[in-house]
Write a protein that binds this ligand. Structure first.
Ligand SMILES: [Zn+2]
Length: 426
């Protein structure tokens, strides 16, 4: 999918919005913000646009927790009225997704003015939403333009910046998982896109200190990286280059929070902490000799599909059928298929270890997260040991992908997190 999204990240982004809207004849604008993002950026942007002669209205969203859900979709539509206006989302992930949804379903133009470098989803076409209590990504559209103002971004709460950095660190796992999926499960792979994500990730890691200090240089590198990651997903036409087992653990926990009506936890915070866990699994692979791997493969037995189905029903009762459909290829595995897969793992052990070697150690990931002020454990984000263990055990069911946790299950290497230590179990 070719993308021609206009991106500006720099000083005085409001000036760029004015220029862009004049050039593209967008005279009537609708800003969408909440009280915080209005104070941080919306008010000033609104004043500058009005001074430049634009007809501007602002939908101010209120409430304790603003998430992309019916309530806010309708709220924005009612505040906009029936006039044709080009939307500008002034906020982070949720406000952008609410605006993405409404602008798409009213066939309106859509631009994004992110107030935090907190996620890589700004440029995506899908709007992760909670609809009638269920989380789903609704395909909508990408913004025509994204305007990142470095002064606004560096004044964002550090937890938001740390969340964006956590989302980026997750790419270590996502890329390694993608390569495993390609090697062992014939999943489509694109070396050029993989390289682009690697470069974006490396730049963020190189700027970890600057990002921790919320300097404009740091924020520039982080938002550049997040936007490039978003572009890689658009170009691949899927999230595979940017989302692996670490994202699946995060999705699992997010669904549990919604189910239990608990307050949301920032996406990238969950992803960052899950990255530490998955880096632990890669660390074990890296250290495992071929002889030990062969011995474990020798002992490995195909788990009957019924056992998986039971586990899926227990873990995801409300969406069990959907999860089973997603897992159909894995559930259909015969003894012969399993044998073939084991041989493949044995034959490619050196390559598997080379892939594992691209993932930093859990200690290194922890150091980076600490440097930017991010959470290093899921427990510190409010999840119990049991919830973390359950997420790590089951999250591999959530996508039709071969990730490191699938490999871990086959060779009898799973991770349970107890008291923040990662213990291999057999
Ligand atoms: Zn993400």
């Amino acid at each position: 999918m070719p993308n021609d999204i206009f991106i500006y990240i720099g000083e005085n982004a409001a000036g760029q919005v004015i220029e862009y809207c004049q050039e593209h004849h967008k005279d009537k604008l609708m800003l969408v913000a909440d009280e915080n993002t209005y104070a941080a950026a919306g008010q000033s942007l609104e004043a500058k646009l009005k001074a430049a002669g634009f007809d501007v209205k602002t939908a101010l969203l209120t409430g304790e927790e603003i998430i992309a859900t019916e309530r806010y979709f309708v709220d924005v539509m009612l505040q906009t009225g029936q006039e044709e206006r080009a939307y500008i989302a002034v906020g982070s992930g949720s406000i952008t997704d609410i605006t993405r949804f409404v602008s798409f379903h009213t066939r309106s133009d859509f631009m994004a003015f992110p107030t935090a470098a907190s996620v890589d989803g700004y440029t995506s076409a899908g709007a992760p939403s909670v609809i009638v209590g269920f989380k789903k990504t609704v395909m909508c559209h990408s913004p025509q333009a994204v305007f990142g103002d470095l002064a606004v971004l560096s004044a964002a709460p550090q937890v938001m910046t740390a969340s964006g950095f956590g989302d980026m660190l997750g790419k270590y796992i996502a890329l390694a998982d993608w390569q495993l999926g390609h090697l062992l499960w014939n999943e489509p792979f694109d070396a050029e896109i993989c390289r682009r994500v690697q470069i974006a990730l490396q730049s963020c890691v190189d700027h970890a200190e600057a990002i921790g200090q919320a300097s404009q240089d740091g924020l520039q590198a982080l938002l550049d990286g997040l936007i490039e990651s978003g572009f890689c997903m658009l170009d691949f036409n899927g999230s595979r280059p940017a989302s692996g087992s670490e994202h699946q653990v995060s999705h699992h926990l997010e669904m549990k929070l919604i189910e239990q009506q608990r307050p949301a936890v920032l996406h990238g915070a969950k992803v960052g902490a899950s990255t530490v866990i998955m880096a632990g699994l890669y660390d074990k692979l890296r250290q495992m000799s071929r002889a030990e791997a062969l011995e474990r493969l020798e002992e490995a037995e195909l788990t009957p599909a019924d056992v998986h189905r039971q586990a899926i029903r227990a873990a995801y009762p409300a969406i069990a059928d959907k999860v089973m459909a997603e897992q159909s290829k894995f559930l259909a595995m015969t003894e012969a298929d399993f044998d073939q897969l084991k041989h493949k793992i044995a034959d490619h052990w050196t390559e598997i270890q080379a892939i594992a070697a691209t993932v930093p150690t859990p200690d290194q990931v922890t150091t980076w997260l600490t440097q930017v002020g991010g959470a290093t454990t899921l427990q510190s984000l409010g999840f119990s040991d049991a919830e973390v263990a359950e997420a790590v055990r089951n999250a591999h069911y959530l996508r039709d992908r071969f990730n490191v946790d699938k490999l871990g299950h086959i060779i009898g290497l799973s991770l349970v997190s107890v008291n923040h230590d990662f213990m291999p179990t057999r």
